[in-house]
Design a protein around this ligand. Structure first.
Ligand code: KIV
Ligand code: ZN
Length: 512
């Protein structure tokens, strides 16, 4: 059998560090379930010592997920490591991922530690972690920009202390493929006990090369674990994208010769879920999961694809979850057809009551929109009212008036802790008036740093999906709302952002 490539997903940890991408505990569990369906080998569920919210989310995921290894990040100190071990107690298979910076720049300017102190701390923390959990990953942060002699010394020592995976981060996305691949190769060749650990790559996308660098780390360097996130979510320009790296290795098996456990048909649902939960829209031309990834617009291409798909298609859309069943649902579709489509989309609702609630929403939507596409269903099931998240603010109804030459006016009814309140305002446009009507009552004082509308399924009949990003006292949150009426979608998105702004989650970000 060919070598196995381990897929380590860090959407819930490094991905969540992206400003505005913070997720509730329930949302994290939903994503973790989808990652388990996708058969991801390792799920980095968070950074236990960073906040109580992260600790509890890791604990819940460790108790829920059975088929993937659950991992917590931890700085290289006993307190963080103990907290990670504690959060992971319920896991079938647990991993502690401990890190400390090893580049001269980070050691001197950030840690204010000497190389000798970093060396001792790395060794001592792996020794400590190894007594708590058998599966230990060590990362020399900013590894790619570290002095290679020093790095060899640190890695040799941590493997001797029992580290089972060595991950070499390109923390700032500075690497280029050939150099990064050779860097991993050099480390493996020079470190005498390198064969006692699995080597892993962790690349950031600042120069748009995270996927290429990761693949070079695998092909040239011999790494057998890739760290990645759904949609490439992550700080700044993001991390290596799971869907791209997985489909590259699958599609070019002739070149990579590697096996993976991934069930790729769940990729699209994972992508949509992460996008809807975080409000980070997927660009239409994004490889594998973008709306245009399998669309052939030019006449020559369409003609070719109709004659033989492989003239222009190197992967099959249905293999990554774009459904081949193009029958759209509508108001005459029954509960069974709806349930079956949920299954085809890889969506597993927790109970019959959840399916009933989703089906009721489906019917409501079908009354207003003749054709219900997969994208509508994905938006519908991510609605907070089906996901048991108790929210402070909820949308009830809205009316607005706009006419050429008149100043638009809106009045809105929404709930605050279950009680209905009304607000009214005028504004530059109907959306502005509606959001001002909410703000007049809530008085959040938050600054809106992003407002975007996206037609879920292309046409003007489609639902509008709105993302609102709010910033207040250094905190950045996203809210998402979907509705065939984009003014209503905007109000829902605004209320959803306020819910996040007022939730208690607080985070200490990891450095990477
Ligand atoms: O990018 C990075 O260095 C990280 C580490 C914490 C692994 O995310
Ligand atoms: Zn990182």
């Amino acid at each position: 059998m060919a070598d196995k490539l381990i897929i380590f997903d860090t959407t819930l940890r490094d991905g969540e560090q992206s400003p505005g991408a913070s997720m509730t505990r329930e949302a994290k569990v939903r994503i973790a379930r989808q990652l388990e369906r996708l058969k991801v080998d390792v799920i980095e569920a968070g950074f236990a010592a960073s906040s109580n919210g992260d600790f509890e989310a890791i604990q819940l995921i460790a108790n829920t997920i059975k088929d993937s290894t659950i991992c917590s990040l931890s700085r290289a100190n006993d307190r963080d490591i103990s907290r990670a071990a504690e959060a992971l107690k319920g896991a079938n298979s647990a991993r502690i991922h401990t890190f400390i910076a090893t580049s001269a720049l980070h050691m001197e300017k950030k840690l204010r530690m000497t190389p000798d102190q970093v060396f001792e701390q790395a060794k001592q923390s792996v020794r400590y972690a190894r007594n708590l959990v058998g599966d230990i990953e060590f990362s020399p942060e900013d590894g790619y920009r570290s002095d290679v002699d020093f790095l060899c010394k640190v890695i040799e020592a941590v493997i001797a202390e029992g580290a089972t995976t060595i991950n070499v981060p390109d923390t700032v996305g500075y690497a280029v493929p050939e150099l990064y691949g050779n860097f991993i190769k050099t480390l493996r060749e020079r470190i005498p006990n390198s064969d006692k650990a699995i080597w892993s790559v962790h690349c950031h996308n600042d120069l748009g090369m995270a996927v290429a660098n990761s693949l070079a780390g695998v092909k040239i360097g011999g790494a057998r674990q890739v760290e990645c996130t759904i949609n490439g979510l992550g700080e700044r320009a993001g991390n290596c994208s799971l869907e791209e790296v997985v489909m590259a290795v699958k599609t070019r098996k002739d070149y990579f010769g590697l096996e993976m456990g991934i069930d790729a048909k769940h990729i699209l649902a994972a992508s949509r879920m992460v996008s809807q939960i975080t409000g980070f829209v997927v660009q239409p031309n994004k490889a594998v999961v973008g709306a245009n990834a399998f669309a052939h617009a030019s006449g020559i291409h369409q003609d070719g694809v109709l004659k033989a798909r492989d003239t222009y298609e190197i992967m099959r859309a249905e293999d990554v979850g774009w459904t081949a069943n193009k029958i759209v649902l509508g108001k005459l579709s029954g509960r069974n057809a709806f349930k079956q489509r949920l299954q085809e989309l890889g969506i597993q609702l927790e109970s019959e009551a959840d399916i009933n609630s989703a089906f009721a929403r489906f019917k409501e939507l079908a009354d207003r929109k003749s054709e219900i596409f997969d994208e509508d269903i994905l938006a519908l099931v991510s609605d907070e009212s089906i996901t048991h998240e108790k929210e402070q603010y909820g949308f009830v109804s809205l009316s607005q008036h706009s006419e050429t030459g008149e100043r638009p006016q809106a009045s809105i009814v929404f709930t605050v802790d279950g009680k209905e309140v009304k607000g009214a305002s005028e504004g530059n446009g109907p959306v502005d008036a509606s959001l001002k009507a909410i703000e007049a009552h809530v008085k959040s004082g938050a600054e809106m740093v992003l407002y975007s509308v996206n037609a879920i399924s292309g046409s003007t009949e489609s639902q509008g999906e709105v993302t609102v990003r709010l910033q207040n006292s250094g905190r950045v949150v996203n809210g998402v709302g979907a509705d065939p009426d984009i003014v209503v979608a905007s109000a829902k998105a605004y209320l959803s952002a306020l819910n996040r702004l007022h939730s208690k989650a607080d985070h200490v970000a990891a450095q990477g």
